[in-house]
Design a protein. Structure first.
Length: 419
């Protein structure tokens, strides 16, 4: 058995590459099934977010290169180009990597909790498609437990640091007081909800929420005294927005130069601050070339994020120590699986011997033998039968000079010189 983690993230690949290898929710099911049907992996979980795409695979034989070739072909990206950004972890290091991801230690924002929820969604999607088994089920459940332990035992989540928080902090640096500012939030998922919360806490003047499903937009807008619109209505209201923050799962651009240019004229060149958190991107990068538009991508937020990480550094060191211990525990469990078949075979043989001899003993009692005599026979015969094969093998090992087997027998049966 071998465990591999293949992937790329915000540290190894720019947003252009990350959005190219992104698995949309509609394609994820097909990808999971295809990887199993092609016998590339025995088990697989795929996580795909704006900052990372990773495949966790249980592989019987080393078909890791086949899996990478499949990933390259699936997303129509040259293998050589993919290799420039891809990382591969094997067995123990794959386990360590997943635990670090689950705890937020591998995130753009150190200790951010959002990735844990995304991992759980990815895991449950894989379980629903029956592409997980004993190993990945145990590993992912273990990662969730470790993440909870680290959040309880360390201060890794004590500071309000997130992509949403960074976006709002940057808006404050540009506009200062937000009480006379209007923000247009595009999307209604967890990131946008968190952004709305941070803006509200910083006394934003007015909020507009645009979403494909207007009912969801209304729910979010109502919570923060905002106004809900549909995505096609965005061009009508764009000129009202001083801040635009977008995070959807749209496969195409929601805002282009042609749509933003009229809004700039209506605003009489008052600046618009835009943050595109989505991967694939919601806002055409060419929008950033327009005068009076300040467009930031996920990668651009990194500097803001770094300023808010200092309080988490010590907690991260403590978390790494916990992870080291938990990797050892999981590896111990995994290695023990190799002995399960042997233990089962040994127990089955002993049970078969017991059943055979008990049946014979009962027959002896039925034929009038003394119970004491039968008990003595049963104990004597059972002991001799169970010990016969090990004793023969140990004598042969001694004859052939295999001292390591004799030593192993002493350890296995806890024998010492006095015994």
């Amino acid at each position: 058995m071998q465990l591999f983690a293949f992937g790329l993230n915000h540290t190894t690949a720019p947003v252009e590459i990350r959005e190219h290898v992104n698995f949309s929710p509609t394609r994820l099911t097909q990808a999971l099934r295809e990887s199993i049907e092609h016998e590339l992996a025995k088990e697989i979980v795929i996580i795909s977010t704006c900052n990372r795409t990773e495949l966790y695979c249980h592989i019987e034989s080393d078909t890791s290169q086949g899996m990478i070739n499949w990933l390259s072909h699936y997303h129509n990206i040259p293998r050589k180009q993919l290799d420039e950004h891809l990382y591969t972890y094997h067995n123990e290091e794959a386990i360590r990597h997943l635990l670090r991801v689950a705890c937020g230690l591998d995130s753009m924002i150190l200790g951010e909790p959002q990735i844990l929820g995304q991992l759980k969604v990815a895991y449950h999607a894989a379980r629903a498609e029956k592409t997980t088994g004993r190993l990945l089920n145990k590993l992912f459940e273990h990662s969730f437990t470790v993440a909870k332990q680290i959040r309880t035992d360390t201060a890794i989540g004590s500071s309000p640091v997130s992509v949403a928080f960074a976006a709002v902090r940057l808006a404050q640096q540009i506009f200062g007081d937000l009480r006379n500012i209007t923000a247009l939030l595009i999307g209604a998922g967890e990131t946008i909800e968190l952004t709305a919360r941070h803006l509200h806490e910083n006394r934003l003047g007015r909020m507009i929420v645009a979403n494909r499903t207007v009912e969801r937009a209304r729910q979010l807008a109502k919570e923060f005294a905002g106004y809900a619109i549909t995505l096609p209505e965005i061009p009508v209201h764009l000129a009202e927005a001083d801040i635009v923050i977008s995070s959807t799962a749209s496969p195409t651009y929601l805002l282009t130069q042609a749509e933003v240019r009229p809004a700039i004229k209506i605003r009489k060149h008052r600046p618009i601050f835009m943050v595109d958190i989505a991967v694939p991107r919601d806002i055409d990068p060419l929008v950033g070339e327009l005068e009076d538009v300040y467009l930031y991508s996920v990668d651009d937020l990194n500097e803001v994020i770094q300023e808010n990480l200092r309080s988490r550094q010590q907690a991260a060191l403590q978390a790494e120590e916990i992870i080291d211990t938990q990797v050892t525990h999981f590896m111990g469990w995994w290695k023990s699986l190799d002995t399960v078949e042997v233990i089962c075979s040994l127990r089955d043989r002993a049970q078969a011997t017991r059943h055979h001899l008990v049946t014979r003993a009962k027959r002896m009692i039925d034929n009038g033998k003394s119970p004491y005599e039968v008990i003595d026979y049963l104990a004597h015969t059972l002991t001799n039968t169970l010990m016969h094969t090990p004793c023969v093998q140990l004598r042969q090992a001694g004859y052939e000079g295999h001292e390591e087997m004799v030593t192993a027998a002493r350890q296995l049966f806890r024998l010492n010189d006095e015994d």
